[in-house]
Design a protein around this ligand. Structure first.
Ligand SMILES: Cc1cc2nc3c(=O)[nH]c(=O)nc-3n(C[C@H](O)[C@H](O)[C@H](O)COP(=O)(O)OP(=O)(O)OC[C@H]3O[C@@H](n4cnc5c(N)ncnc54)[C@H](O)[C@@H]3O)c2cc1C
Length: 475
């Protein structure tokens, strides 16, 4: 052990207690690789602070010794943002022990929670007050609210409630020099200068460590309708979305597009899942919610789907008749990512486009990719209501998934160039992490990159906050 390591260890032990500083390789291992198994790094230690003051003490140690810090919540991120690099000179700061509710204000409809609380626990804490926290995604049992803020997570209800950014009123952050910024205000109106919390939301831990947040709550839905519609093509899905929104207004909470191949993959790895409308190329999973008493929303959904069946927009449909059936339909969608993981690596794209150009984009991208990568299989699904597609490419039949990954740069160029040409984004909800930092430089304007680097340099002048994420270290 070199001197610096011994000093670091002693000071971290003093900051959080020796039992919360992990350095045994077996104990460290789960924290230095990502959910997909795509990124592996090394760390001097994993530190598990239990309070904001302890996080601040850890950061002060790192600031004094120039040790990089990688904040980590549930480690479900998709871009390697929570994985240290392989230099082995960083520590991982796990927020997992900071999982308490600090305050509930039902009259103000806000919940103040610590950053390490799993999203599902946040939802439960809101439900216990008869209210709802609308952020919902397939990883909600594992991901943390701090990770959700730091990636500005999207999920299934963005169409109605917005991204995480729209659901946060205040935050508490430990800054790169160890100072604590208490921005835990529960105000819906606050025009007192720059909205600093928005800088830290979506920053992927590169500007400081989020330790707590004040979240917006909403009335809990009393009536829910869930349906699966079978569609001839993506243009029909977009038409259905538009018609449903005309009829049901903002009660349309979720609108998930799935190709037949994505659904088949989900069922292949989860064979007990239902197959309600077999034999169609595209499917949309719809959810409508109403908080009003005696809501007619289920009947309105049925009428809207009947009209779409008669006009030929929809070719078949099933409406869930119970909570259990609704959960089974959602499981079809939510298990796609896990099924892909089990099937072997894909070339993944998390893109967004104006909804109006998605059908055209898909046609053009398919043509270009089939020409460049004959036999490529498309695992296309996503939050169509938000213009967000997970446009993933699987190896042709008979080609090993690992060998197929050799075409990543070519595939990225085709997909991302087309996305840019159509005014879209190369990262809709997963962030940049280490995965897309070179793509970011390619597609952002020089002015935007300059502003981003200026913010980073101002808030983290020594570059110890999650270096190498969003931007390559030192670039
Ligand atoms: C099956 C599955 C489905 C998913 N579906 C969706 C989806 O629908 N929508 C979506 O947006 N994402 C989705 N994701 C991705 C992932 O769940 C989200 O990005 C989530 O917000 C990450 O939270 P986490 O706690 O796991 O963060 P981590 O993976 O631990 O970290 C993510 C990033 O945030 C930083 N970070 C974490 N905590 C803090 C903190 N307290 N302070 C500062 N920085 C921090 C990390 O350094 C890293 O850069 C999915 C993932 C899986 C595995």
């Amino acid at each position: 052990m070199t001197d610096i390591r011994a000093i670091l260890r002693a000071r971290l032990d003093a900051a959080v207690g020796g039992e919360q500083v992990l350095s045994d390789p077996a104990a460290v291992e789960p924290y230095v690789s990502d959910w997909r198994g795509r990124y592996h790094g090394r760390a001097l230690a994993v530190v598990r602070p239990g309070s904001t003051e302890q996080v601040a003490a850890v950061v002060r140690v790192c600031a004094d010794l120039g040790v990089p810090m990688v904040p980590q919540g549930g480690n479900t991120g998709q871009c390697g943002g929570a994985t240290p690099d392989d230099r082995g000179n960083a520590i991982v700061v796990s927020l997992a022990r900071m999982n308490r509710v600090r305050a509930v204000d039902t009259a103000n409809a806000t919940l103040t929670v610590e950053a390490g609380m799993p999203l599902a626990m946040v939802q439960q804490a809101a439900a216990a007050e008869g209210l709802m926290f609308p952020l919902s995604l397939a990883a909600e049992g594992s991901c943390s609210i701090g990770g959700n803020l730091s990636t500005n997570a999207g999920g299934h209800a963005v169409l109605r409630f917005g991204n995480t950014r729209d659901l946060v009123l205040g935050i508490e952050v430990v800054l790169a020099d160890g100072r604590i910024w208490d921005g835990l205000r529960g105000l819906r109106k606050d025009n007192t200068g720059y909205d600093l919390k928005q800088l830290f939301i979506g920053a992927e831990g590169t500007l400081g460590i989020v330790t707590a947040a004040v979240l917006k709550l909403y009335p809990a839905p009393r009536t829910r309708g869930t349906a699966l519609a079978a569609l001839p093509d993506v243009a029909a899905a977009i038409r259905l979305l538009s018609e449903l929104r005309q009829t049901l207004g903002d009660r349309v909470t979720g609108f998930e597009l799935m190709s037949a191949y994505s659904l088949a993959l989900s069922r292949k790895h989860h064979p007990t899942l239902p197959d309600p409308c077999p034999g169609h190329p595209w499917y949309a999973l719809l959810q409508v919610d109403d908080s009003a008493i005696d809501s007619p929303v289920p009947q309105q959904l049925e009428r809207a789907l009947n009209a779409a069946l008669e006009s030929g927009v929809v070719h078949d449909a099933t409406i869930a008749q119970s909570g259990e059936q609704a959960r089974a339909l959602w499981a079809l969608r939510e298990n796609i990512a896990e099924a892909q993981r089990r099937d072997g690596p894909n070339i993944k794209h998390d893109i967004s486009l104006p909804v109006s150009v998605i059908a055209r984009f898909l046609d053009e991208a398919r043509e270009a990719l089939e020409a460049a990568l004959p036999g490529v299989r498309f695992v296309t699904f996503g939050h169509l209501g938000d213009g967000n597609l997970h446009y993933n490419l699987a190896a042709p039949e008979g080609v090993s998934p690992d060998a197929f990954l050799a075409h990543t740069v070519l595939a990225n160029r085709i997909v991302h160039d087309l996305v840019a040409a159509h005014g879209g984004s190369i990262s809709a909800e997963h962030g940049i992490g280490q995965q897309k930092r070179d793509e970011l430089v390619r597609y952002k304007s020089a002015v935007e990159l300059d502003l981003m680097r200026t913010v980073k340099a101002a808030l983290d002048p020594s570059g110890i906050c999650n270096p190498g994420k969003i931007f390559r270290a030192g670039s």
